[in-house]
Design a protein around this ligand. Structure first.
Ligand code: HEM
Length: 390
């Protein structure tokens, strides 16, 4: 019998929880490996269990009811083997280390443009002026499309994210419905344009795969929507939150700027200490024993990346940000794991390295010029506004 505990130990809808869920996770981790939430989901909270279950084929993405996001079933994210592998392979070569080296040149150009402007202005709002334009511009370049409708894409992605969480309201679901409808018509326009004006971007590769019978038109649509959505969201948060954390720790900021050796470990720690996507969701196809508790078949499981990343059994002093935490690169959960482990992680890490290093190389004395405005939900961590003076 799983622990059913009153009062609710993970009150997803409460502002306090959304602002800082980590103390709540700790209470649950100390009590039980699997928490039967009153929100109707089974919540897996300990690092070792999350790590293992991410790789367990008895948990299915295909059989999950994606609700308003059902279009994503036609992307790799909503499939199990073997369709998952087929779809993932089509985009995998676009994120090899060699291709990421090409995209890094694009990212560097966009970052430098933003920093030049900040130097002229004496400051910037990091999410609007640096993280979003640099990551979105890089993703558009990879797809082989322009950056028209950038702000609409940004808002549509946020609207989708708001619906994919336990505390989503009817308004959130309606917002996501509109966002998907907008994405579908926008991407259809891009595809029509591409058919008339072919290029050599990833979207051209999807259209070619469709012509060769390797992808359906629904899969092209869903996969393109997915890349639009994931190409700028979590990586933006990594960048602005990383800058925020390092502004508070000048010695680490200096090391980050000057010593490229330390950067990957610090980027991993940035992702661990405040994990952009707090959980992944799966359908449980058969009873699974998790440390003597049963994760029951037929239920929806949330594998809490954010909680696992603060588990002291894996990461001693888990609430402290260390510049040299051993094992963090290998063991942090921010990119998920197993077959659905983040397909863009090589790019994301390079983007964190480039944006944060160049920021502190250029502006070693940068300071926050007013309060950071957060936009956290229980699913996606966000920063709405973070003005800095440089
Ligand atoms: C710091 C930035 C990022 C974080 C923290 C992140 C996190 C994640 C997580 C947790 C998953 C697993 C979802 C699941 O298991 O259901 C995922 C999947 C995915 N990510 Fe990322 N991501 C980041 C950046 C990116 C970027 C920049 C791209 C593309 C350019 C990308 C593309 C994808 C794709 C395509 C999947 C689906 C993989 C599959 O189902 O096989 N991500 N990401």
């Amino acid at each position: 019998m799983n622990a059913v505990i009153d009062p609710d130990l993970l009150p997803f809808a409460q502002p306090n929880f959304q602002a800082d869920p980590y103390p709540y996770y700790q209470v649950v981790r100390d009590l039980t490996p699997v928490y039967a939430s009153p929100a109707g989901v089974q919540v897996v909270v300990r690092h070792a269990d999350v790590f293992r279950l991410l790789r367990d084929p008895r948990l299915s993405a295909r059989q999950l009811d994606f609700g308003v996001a059902s279009i994503f079933h036609d992307s790799m994210m909503g499939q199990d083997s073997p369709d998952h592998a087929r779809l993932r392979k089509i985009s995998a070569s676009w994120f090899s280390p060699a291709r990421v080296a090409e995209w890094s040149v694009v990212m560097t150009g966009l970052v430098d443009e933003a920093l030049d402007e900040a130097a002229r202005q004496g400051g910037m709002n990091v999410p609007d002026d640096l993280s979003f334009p640099a990551t979105f511009g890089t993703m558009a370049y990879i797809l082989g499309v322009g950056t028209h409708e950038a702000q609409t894409c940004r808002q549509a992605t946020l609207d989708i994210g708001r619906a994919l969480r336990p505390a989503a309201t009817d308004d959130d679901v309606a917002g996501a419905h509109n966002a998907f409808a907008w994405y579908v018509s926008y991407i259809q326009e891009l595809i029509d344009h591409k058919r008339r004006n072919p290029g050599d971007g990833m979207l051209d590769a999807f259209i070619a795969a469709e012509a060769a019978g390797a992808m359906s038109s629904a899969e092209v649509m869903a996969t393109t929507t997915l890349f639009y959505a994931v190409g700028h969201l979590d990586n933006s948060f990594m960048i602005h939150n990383g800058i925020r954390l390092l502004i508070e720790r000048p010695e680490l900021a200096r090391a980050f700027a000057e010593d490229s050796e330390t950067r990957m470990s610090v980027v991993a720690e940035i992702l661990r200490i405040d994990t952009p996507e707090q959980f992944v969701t799966r359908y449980v196809t058969e009873d699974i024993e998790v440390d003597s508790v049963v994760l029951p078949a037929g239920e929806v499981a949330l594998l809490m990346l954010g909680s696992g990343n603060r588990d002291e059994l894996e990461f001693p002093e888990p609430d402290t940000f260390f510049g040299d935490r051993p094992n963090v690169q290998k063991m942090h959960l921010a990119f998920g794991g197993g077959q659905h482990g983040c397909a863009g992680q090589v790019l994301a890490r390079a983007q964190g390295d480039i944006a944060i290093a160049r920021f502190f190389q250029r502006f070693p004395h940068a300071r926050l010029s007013s309060e950071v405005e957060f936009a956290n939900t229980e699913f996606i961590r966000g920063i709405r506004s973070m003005p800095v003076s440089v």
